[in-house]
Ligand binder design. Structure first.
Ligand SMILES: *Cc1c(COP(=O)(O)O)cnc(C)c1O
Length: 384
């Protein structure tokens, strides 16, 4: 089983004993027991079904099992969103006076959580440039740093962080937001990282119909985070977990096709005179293309590009597109475009945006499942 391909694991993993080939929806929030002793056993059990759905639900558990198998993890914990996973992990592992090292190229919500509630609660955060070798390790304060947070590829710069480097950090827990790669694109745990996290709302569920997050890692760590998660309450819904598991079944073909189109679109944009720069790990021009080839199985379904002319040109371009839709989120069937400086990363100050590489002309594309040539033609027409 160790050498089974991830596309196959996406089909075999997360199956209950019922024989149903489709995932089974358990809307139940509570389960009957045989009496006091069984109730007591259920009340003290860890992450087990058969008691109360905030503790565990069979549909959610199958989704967790599938993600654990795909990430080569002992266990996984699903949450009500990607932010639910990040917040649960941070507050399960960090207390007042503790220190976090995080990269500055992070999803806007993660940045806002670290800069707002974490600092307010006395959790100190140092931000480093995730793509500069050695920066994470040198920012770690022995005995103080509880958690190191990386995101690779980063949203929306498509900057990469070296997974071996994060995995080699000992002392603090290390967490990688692997949303843009999906479990098929890379395997952070195999590099020694302690926790891999996904916004399963994106490529994993893949159809814009589930809010879902997930953390995967060693059982002891997932158990510890689980005991906090039942108090935090960002519990995954069974319906969303069902959609997440259904999405996993087709993740292999979707990811392959979307990666293929993303590279073709990236090449096309790179040769367009209206485009200043294209960020995609699969391009030879990406400064970390060699790293991408060494740690990724697929270069991902998201790219970003900078146009000449800033926000007015970005607005005009978005208005001219017919197939590519203006919307946030990523990983779904429709190709989406967004302007991070005014949408996903609007909570950052202009200085922080600049330092994180998010300027006025930057646009992010989430590549969908339309025919590649139609997506390219739509972009070419709008760029004229
Ligand atoms: C969307 C996203 C998140 C947050 O996930 P939600 O499911 O929206 O809460 C976190 N990290 C990355 C990289 C994302 O793209």
């Amino acid at each position: 089983m160790a050498d089974q391909h991830p596309d196959t694991t996406a089909i075999t993993a997360g199956r209950d004993e019922s024989g149903s080939l489709a995932p089974v929806l358990w809307p139940s929030t509570t389960w009957q027991s045989t009496g006091l002793d069984e109730s007591n056993a259920a009340a003290v059990a860890v992450h087990e079904t058969g008691n109360y759905a905030r503790y565990a639900n069979p549909t959610v558990r199958e989704f967790e099992n599938a993600v654990a198998a795909l990430e080569s993890a002992e266990d996984a914990l699903a949450t009500s969103s990607g932010m639910g996973a990040i917040a649960t992990a941070i507050f399960a592992l960090c207390s007042t006076g503790d220190h976090i090292v995080a990269q500055k190229q992070l999803y806007g919500g993660t940045l806002a959580l670290l800069n707002g509630p974490c600092k307010r609660l006395g959790i100190d955060v140092s931000f480093v440039d995730g793509s500069t070798p050695g920066t994470f390790a040198s920012a770690v304060r022995p005995g103080k740093t509880m958690l190191v947070i990386a995101e690779t590829p980063s949203n929306p710069q498509l900057a990469l962080t070296n997974l071996d480097e994060i995995g080699a950090i000992k002392g603090p827990y290390t967490m990688v937001d692997s949303t843009l790669a999906t479990p098929l694109g890379q395997s952070p745990l195999r590099h020694g990282v302690s926790l891999v996290m996904h916004s399963a709302t994106k490529g994993i569920a893949g159809h814009n119909d589930a809010m879902l997050g997930v953390l995967a890692g060693e059982k002891d760590l997932i158990d510890a985070i689980w005991s906090y998660s039942v108090l935090h309450g960002a519990t995954a819904s069974a319906t969303d977990a069902l959609n997440g598991l259904r999405g996993i079944r087709t993740l292999g073909v979707r990811f392959a096709r979307q990666c293929d189109t993303a590279l073709k679109v990236a090449r096309e944009l790179e040769s367009n005179p209206g485009v200043r720069r294209v960020n995609y790990p699969g391009l030879e021009s990406h400064p970390q293309h060699a790293l991408a080839k060494s740690q990724m199985r697929g270069f991902g379904t998201v790219l970003s590009f900078e146009i000449m002319g800033g926000v007015d040109k970005a607005r005009a371009l978005m208005n001219k597109l017919a197939i590519v839709r203006p919307a946030v989120s990523l990983g779904g069937p429709e190709t989406l475009i967004c302007h991070p400086a005014t949408s996903t990363h609007v909570s950052m100050s202009p200085e922080d945006q600049q330092s994180a590489g998010i300027n006025d002309g930057l646009l992010r594309l989430s590549i969908g499942l339309e025919d590649t040539s139609d997506v390219i033609a739509d972009l070419q027409h709008a760029l004229q």
